[in-house]
Design a protein around this ligand. Structure first.
Ligand code: NAP
Ligand code: MG
Length: 477
């Protein structure tokens, strides 16, 4: 299947060229995708523009919502097939891929139900005037999504965009786009008019850049690295359009001496191991109050050492890294940590007979990590946990907020007043108290500050992000 999905049909990329797709579990090539470029993006934007003026633009909010709900049902009807595609494409454990497909369906269900619950406002103004504020679609939305949770990201960004009546051009990551292509096909089967959803696969520097720069785009959303995020924002600025950016993090898990460790330990380990640490909201820094440092380290390390790395279909705790390039980056970072003398607190286990060309890395836990060490500040995007001690509440806040990122934070304490104080003082888009969502929860607004990006996705707030207001002033005397 080396084709692009444009205007409800399969298209050969104008380059006639394709890109090989490798399975992270084995390192073997098993498919190809189309190498879309500027010409294809242009075609897709035109198809999306035409769809705005067609049937889609005339549907009531209720009918739009019903269409999204039907797509959600269709996805659930194909959950085994889609989870299989996702697990093979990304290397993630099959059980996790299944959860991701459930979340994808949930986004369509949630935003399908929400589509006709968004209403405007009536404002008090001068005597003799009536003023309403209405919500309207932006028009054509460009979506550039990454490879770590391709199915979830697709639902997260399409759900609110389509619910508000926009049309979409998606550039999935070349490293994981097979689910998006199948979902686009299913969406049309579920009744989505042709051209409302277009998928152009290709390289970021070609198709991605062409989408970000296209003058026909009215809003652009991007999830990925800060470097590319800056390029997207620059392109958006040149076209005077808004952009929503989600760029990763270095999220802290703050453990106080009074924490319920039985509850905390498995969640702390899961928050870094999930998806082999390739999660923007991974709990990658474990901050522990000094008086319980040794005890918490011992308990987390004990569990960490049991984490098993294996192929997606072997029910592992941790699958392979997505690509050879990311595998190289993670290994380099770990080698740097070892070479710089960071103590190793725990290592996970590699299954005995893993394919030698698969991209498997051992989960690593290092600490105490000096506060100015790269591991304390930079995102690894792999299963690598940095452990740091802190003294008191003020120190914990300074440390937790002390990176360039600000996405998610967790507090582990039984002290209710401290929970309230810290939830106000910790910076980022989500704070978890005695739990960790790793960005989960379709209903929960999510997004960052600083280098983690800006704008909010998920929940009802995303419906505001993906729509414009228009104030209508009427003088009736
Ligand atoms: P990336 O380059 O930022 O990729 C994200 C998306 O942007 C992909 O669809 C990519 O396409 C596209 N892209 C790349 N260059 C582009 C350009 N010049 N213009 C427009 N779009 C472009 O991320 P990566 O290289 O895959 O991973 C690098 C690092 O990014 C990771 O180590 C991690 O730190 C971070 N990351 C964060 C998240 C997150 O959830 N916040 C997700 C993924 C990665 P192609 O992949 O097809 O080139
Ligand atoms: Mg890339």
């Amino acid at each position: 299947m080396s084709k692009l999905f444009i205007g409800g049909q399969w298209h050969v990329a104008s380059s006639q060229d394709s890109i090989p797709v490798f399975a992270p579990a084995t390192g073997e090539q098993y498919a190809t995708i189309g190498r879309g470029q500027a010409e294809d993006i242009d075609l897709a934007v035109k198809a999306a523009r035409a769809a705005l003026a067609g049937e889609w633009g005339r549907l009531s909010a209720t009918e739009r919502g019903r269409t999204l709900t039907r797509i959600g049902v269709k996805i659930l009807d194909h959950i085994d097939e889609l989870a299989g595609i996702e697990a093979r494409d990304t290397g993630k454990p099959l059980a996790l891929a299944r959860k991701d497909i459930e979340a994808l369906a949930r986004y369509f269900e949630f935003y399908g139900g929400a589509a006709d619950k968004v209403h405007g406002e009536v404002l008090p103004y001068l005597p003799g005037y009536s003023v309403t504020v209405q919500r309207e679609p932006f028009g054509v939305v460009g979506h550039i999504i990454p490879w770590n949770y391709p199915a979830q990201m697709l639902g997260r960004t399409l759900g609110p965009a389509l619910a508000m009546g926009n049309t979409s051009v998606v550039k999935p990551a070349e490293d994981a786009c097979l689910t998006s292509l199948r979902v686009a096909e299913l969406a049309v089967e579920a009744g989505l008019p042709a051209g409302v959803l277009n998928i152009v696969t290709g390289y970021g520097r070609e198709a991605g850049a062409a989408l970000a720069e296209h003058p026909g785009i009215n809003l652009i959303t991007f999830t990925g690295s800060p470097q590319v995020g800056t390029a997207i924002q620059t392109a958006a600025a040149k076209n005077y359009v808004k952009c929503v950016l989600e760029l990763g993090g270095k999220s802290p898990q703050v453990v106080f001496a009074d924490a319920d460790l039985d509850k905390a330990v498995p969640i702390i380990v899961g928050a870094i191991i999930q998806n082999a640490g390739q999660t923007c909201s991974a709990g990658s820094r474990l901050l522990i109050q000094r008086e319980v440092f040794d005890e918490v380290v011992a308990r987390v390390a004990e569990r960490f050492c049991q984490m098993r790395v294996g192929a997606p279909d072997s029910a592992p705790d941790c699958g392979p890294i997505i690509t050879k390039a990311q595998f190289g980056r993670v290994n380099e970072f770990v080698a740097y940590c070892r070479d710089s003398g960071l103590p190793v607190l725990a290592e996970g286990i590699l299954d005995a007979e893993l394919p030698s060309a698969g991209y498997y890395v051992r989960p690593m836990m290092f600490g105490p990590v000096p506060r100015d060490h790269r591991l304390a500040r930079e995102e690894v995007f792999g299963p690598v946990l940095a452990v740091l001690p802190f003294d008191d509440e003020d120190d914990a806040v300074a440390l937790a907020n002390g990176t360039e990122y600000g996405l998610v934070a967790a507090i582990w304490t039984e002290n209710g007043a401290r929970q309230q104080r810290l939830s106000r003082r910790l910076e980022g888009g989500q704070v978890f108290i005695n739990c960790y969502g790793a960005g989960g929860g379709v209903e929960l607004p999510f997004g960052g500050i600083r280098k983690s990006g800006h704008g909010r996705e998920k929940g009802f707030m995303a419906l505001e992000e993906f729509s414009l207001t228009k104030t209508v002033v009427s003088h009736h005397g």
